[in-house]
Ligand binder design. Sequence first.
Ligand code: 6R9
Length: 572
Amino acid sequence: MDEEKVLKATSGNHNLDNYEQTYENFNWDEVNKAFSWNETGKVNIAYEAIDRHAENPKKKGQVALHYASPDREEKLTFEDLSKRSNQFANVLKKKGIKKGDRVFLFMPRSPEFYASFLGILKLGAIAGPLFEAFMEQAVHDRLEDSEATMLITTPDLLNRVPVDQLPDLKQIVLVGDSSDIKDGYIDYHQEMESASDDFDIEWVDLEDGMLIHYTSGSTGKPKGVYHVHNAMIQHYQTGQWVLDLKEGDVYWCTADPGWVTGTSYGIFAPWLNGVTNVVVGGRFTPEAWYGALDKYNVTVWYSAPTAFRKLMSAGKDAVQKHDLSSVRHILSVGEPLNPEVIHWGMKAFNLRIHDTWWMTETGAQLICNYPSMDIRPGSMGKPIPGVEASIVDDEGNELPPNRMGNLAIKEGWPAMMRAIWKRPEKYESYFLNGWYVSGDSAYRDEDGYFWFQGRLDDVINTSGERVGPFEVESKLIEHEAVSEAGVIGKPDPERGEIIKAFISLNEGYEESDELLEDIRQFVKTGLAGHAAPREMEVTNAIPKTRSGKIMRRLLKARELGLPEGDTSTLEE
Ligand code: 6R9
């Protein structure tokens, strides 16, 4: 490695001060000592995250949540959050919700979101957070597959919930003004007013479910990735090692809880560590984001390359208006972190940006850069202690350094998903020879640093959102003018990838700018804004396999002018 390119470890008092030594000696059982379940055998992640601090006279008055959106600002202490989530758990109990039931949340980030989410967990039910940007089809697929019996949403979003097509969905809680709440719906604020703030928490088993995150694959409907309370062991520990959280920190994770980053690291890691958490609602603007760092004196900041790239392109003026000196540690996740973004971070903050790699399925961080470690820009870092990572071939055999292959993790880390909801064969398909095979390709250098190469399947990563081409194609062909569609991710300097759609038109339709825009809008309103293709090309030959599968790999190769590879299965 060219020494000039390395960003040296930072000095100071870090929670993980000797990576190599800790890696050698660490055992997950040690983490149990941080929690009372070690003695009581009783577990609930919401207790460990919130109530434990609310019971502590020194912690209960500390701000747990600083909430800020353009039209609302609020702060809640650990005691406030404990009480509000108790109230909501009582509301759920009164409405007949039981342990194991799926309760979904489809609403913007707000104090009510966090109280509801924690209340669901306190009752032992399973929470399913959905992006507020989802449109009708996306909402339908997730509620149908999970057989959710209750949904918490807002009056504004209700028209995207196809209630009549969801036989399991029995109750809807609306968070909004009483005047907007029609008969037949549960009024959140009214119920909360009369609910007790005392609740006998449901003690569960470490292996009991708490959360389902839907994520897209390259084929088929989105998958329900199922997580259990045991994940807290890793959320807590990576909060220490990777986020380097300490007493007195103010932490901001910019991710929405519809994405796993917004739950594992937007809820659990900071609160399990008793740290003040900042949540910023509303749209991204450089002004709002720099403003939040400044106003709340954020010390530890977790975001994504797509956001850093936007801040980078906003230029110096935006930075200089703010005092960002409180920030001491910055992290990134979701896509490869470009070296030039790391270099921008050095200029704007005089800090290194620490890349972290993990997935919805892994539940928590696995391969990371640590403050006490040299950073090689472009590398995802090294596995956390307690986790074995490797590069394997398609048979599950480990490959030597510098060989590209499947990025794989030895089965059995604490936060690993425990199922794909109702699809055991899908779950099994992730594992090979004792390895969890991630679907990413990567290599490991001689010194143990991992380098990301790309997705092996066709999943598109646009501005940090994972979009399954299949979902977009399905929506495209629902448009009356579209007969066939093939969707790929096309490399883009700002968004990582953009969605490009190849479509063929039904007879009687002529290509025009208006028609293409109409089709784009159709996807946007039917699926989600981020799922709408930014580029579209009309073609009468979408390559498919003999069994009828669209060959996205081939579309992409042609688009990028790369060799076409094996086309033996191509339909003539
Ligand atoms: C947490 C999260 C997972 C996929 C993953 C990979 C990509 C995530 C990355 C990264 C390069 C990183 N990814 N972190 N690629 N460098 N540091 O992102 O979960 O939405 O399930 O996406 O994202 O391709 O396989 P999820």
